[in-house]
Write a protein that binds this ligand. Structure first.
Ligand SMILES: [Zn+2]
Length: 335
């Protein structure tokens, strides 16, 4: 089995990005695309695959199964490519069971790093990889480790990276940086997953004028209920969304304080970013609200994200950042 196949097998269904997920427009299934793009032509953008790229990916997979990949992966051709792995967060409680597409256990993550070592991958920092790519001096099996969103639990990741001496890049969202609060859109479905109730009547929420009864017996009903709450809360401030989260936890009889104390779904604070940056972690921009405007004019406007990240990382210059996003739509970022 080729080394890429081994990485894929290990990460399958557990990697935050869902490495074996079918190729489609969903953003957080990007690792398979990044994996293939990394093989097919070093790129940092997880753009939606064209039909040609899908065909190329299928051909690469076939080559992997037939053993051709072993030869290819050790060839001069492969040495001109960078494999970029995309992770999200390491779980602090049980959020990897509720949302395995974004979170994985610390043990699982440790096994991933061990595998990269066993496979003698040359794990590089992002800028180093780009420089070497340009100069044509990439080491064998070059890999870059990236972590989307910037979760607070990255603190658990750092010692593991240090153990292997692996550099890493965090793609940071900045909206929650100044709030010691869980990200509402992630917490909401978690609360519905956690409850043992079969139904709930929503009452006393910001942005919901009337009482609303919801059946929450099945996973589909719970998903619909979470989407309903997210929808009427989406235009609220971070603080009001958190008021709704606390009220929802109370009604669903889930312990909000435990979630808060464990820092589940929390993003990095400014001071954590500064500490990690000083320790050598690379930070890149991943938008402010996990969202980009859908048109060119919106994209060209001076944006809150730039200001927010700029003030969070005084040593960096906006011109050095890369926005890694698969598609400039809100749907893309709804996770
Ligand atoms: Zn993200």
């Amino acid at each position: 089995m080729g080394w890429v196949a081994r990485v894929r097998e290990e990460l399958e269904n557990t990697c935050s990005d869902g490495i074996a997920a079918p190729v489609n427009d969903e953003p957080h299934r990007g690792i398979s695309r990044r994996l293939m793009l990394g093989l097919g032509g070093a790129t940092l953008a997880a753009a939606a695959l064209s039909a040609k790229q899908v065909k190329k990916a299928a051909a690469l997979q076939l080559a992997d199964w037939t053993g051709t990949m072993d030869w290819v992966m050790n060839s001069p051709w492969r040495q001109k490519r960078v494999l970029i792995l995309g992770f999200h967060g390491v779980a602090s409680l049980d959020e990897d069971r509720q949302c395995p597409i974004l979170f994985m256990s610390s043990e699982r993550f440790a096994r991933h790093l061990q595998l990269l070592r066993e496979l003698r991958c040359g794990v590089l920092g992002l800028q180093d990889a780009l420089d070497r790519l340009q100069r044509g001096t990439l080491p064998e099996r070059s890999v870059v480790l990236t972590f989307d969103d910037g979760y607070r639990t990255f603190d658990h990741v750092v010692p593991q990276l240090q153990k292997y001496g692996f550099p890493a890049t965090v793609y940071l969202t900045t909206e929650y940086m100044d709030y010691d609060l869980p990200v509402f859109n992630l917490l909401c479905p978690y609360l519905f997953w956690k409850t043992s109730l079969d139904q709930v009547t929503l009452d006393g929420f910001v942005g919901l004028p009337q009482k609303t009864a919801l059946a929450i017996r099945t996973p589909l009903e719970r998903e619909a209920a979470a989407n309903f709450v997210k929808d009427f809360s989406k235009r609220l401030s971070v603080q009001d969304r958190d008021r709704n989260a606390r009220r929802l936890a109370e009604l669903l009889r889930v312990d909000y304080e435990k979630i808060f104390d464990q820092k589940i779904f929390h993003c990095m604070s400014r001071s954590q970013v500064k500490t990690l940056a000083a320790a050598g972690i690379d930070f890149q921009m991943h938008t402010h609200e996990h969202w980009l405007p859908t048109n060119d004019a919106g994209l060209r406007k001076p944006s809150v994200p730039t200001a927010a990240v700029s003030s969070a990382l005084p040593a960096a210059s906006p011109s050095t950042w890369r926005i890694r996003a698969a598609s400039p739509t809100r749907r893309f970022f709804a996770c």
